[in-house]
Design a protein. Structure first.
Lengths: 113, 113
C-alpha cells in the first residue's frame, strides 16, 4: 500500500484561481511533510516543509497540516500559468533521514490562462 | 542556488548493455542520492552516499550499482540494462542526512530497447 497518497491525480484551475492539493499518510510515524514542485523537463524543487499542526504560509502558497488525521494540504492562491507542474508530497518520521523520505505519486496541476 | 548537474540528459541503451549515469554537485554537500521516476510511482530511492568511496542501498537497489569516487561525483551504473529500467533518473544532494531540502538535478531520461 502506498504510504503517502495524493489527490487529486490531476487538477485544472483558471488563472487567478485557488488550487488545493491533498496528501495523506497511512503511516502514523510520518509527521514531517514536504512539498516539491517539478516543472516539465526539470528536476523537483522544494517548495516548503511543514512539521507542526496548523498553517504555514510562504507567499502565494499555504500548507496546512493536521497531524491527528495525517493530512497535509497545499493551497495556491492567485494561480499562475507558471504554477503548472507536477506537485509531490513527501513524508518522513520526526528526526528521520532523507534516505527514508517517502514520496507520493504526485498531482499534476494545470493553470489555464 | 545549489547546483546538481547530470549527464547525459538522455540516453538510449540496448538490453544487456552497460549504462553509466553521472552526477556532479558543486554544493559541497556530503549526501548524494539517486532516484528513479516512473509514471504512477513518484520518486523511489535507488542508492545514496554520505561519504566518498561508500554507497548505501535505497529502496529499489536491485539491478543497479553506485559509485562515489569523490564528494562531488556520484554515478549510477546499470551493468546489464533491462527494459524495465526505462525511466527518468534524478540525482540529488543534501548537506546532511537528516530530513532537509533535497537539491535535484534536471534528470536523465533513459530508454532501454
Amino acid at each position: 500500500q502506498q504510504k503517502v497518497q495524493q489527490s487529486p491525480e490531476s487538477l485544472s484551475v483558471p488563472e487567478g484561481g485557488m488550487a488545493s492539493l491533498n496528501c495523506t499518510s497511512s503511516d502514523r510515524n510520518f509527521q514531517y511533510f514536504w512539498w516539491y514542485r517539478q516543472h516539465s523537463g526539470e528536476g523537483p524543487k522544494a517548495l516548503m516543509s511543514i512539521f507542526s499542526d496548523g498553517d504555514k504560509k510562504e507567499g502565494r502558497f499555504t500548507a496546512h497540516l493536521n497531524k491527528a488525521s495525517l493530512h497535509v494540504s497545499l493551497h495556491i492562491r492567485d494561480s499562475q500559468p507558471s504554477d503548472s507542474a507536477l506537485y509531490f508530497c513527501a513524508a518522513s518520521e520526526p528526526g528521520g533521514s532523507n534516505a527514508k523520505l517517502t514520496f507520493g505519486k504526485g498531482t499534476k496541476l494545470s493553470v489555464k490562462s | 542556488e545549489a547546483a546538481v548537474t547530470q549527464s547525459p540528459r538522455s540516453k538510449v541503451a540496448v538490453t544487456g548493455g552497460k549504462v553509466t549515469l553521472s552526477c556532479h554537485q558543486t554544493n559541497n554537500h556530503d549526501y548524494m542520492y539517486w532516484y528513479r521516476q516512473d509514471t504512477g510511482h513518484g520518486l523511489r530511492l535507488i542508492h545514496y552516499s554520505y561519504v566518498a568511496d561508500s554507497t548505501e542501498k535505497g529502496d529499489i537497489p536491485d539491478g543497479y550499482k553506485a559509485s562515489r569516487p569523490s564528494q562531488e561525483n556520484f554515478s549510477l551504473i546499470l551493468e546489464l540494462a533491462s527494459l524495465s529500467q526505462t525511466a527518468v533518473y534524478f540525482c540529488a544532494s543534501s548537506d546532511t542526512g537528516a530530513v532537509n531540502t533535497l537539491y535535484f538535478g534536471a534528470g536523465t531520461r533513459l530508454s532501454v530497447l
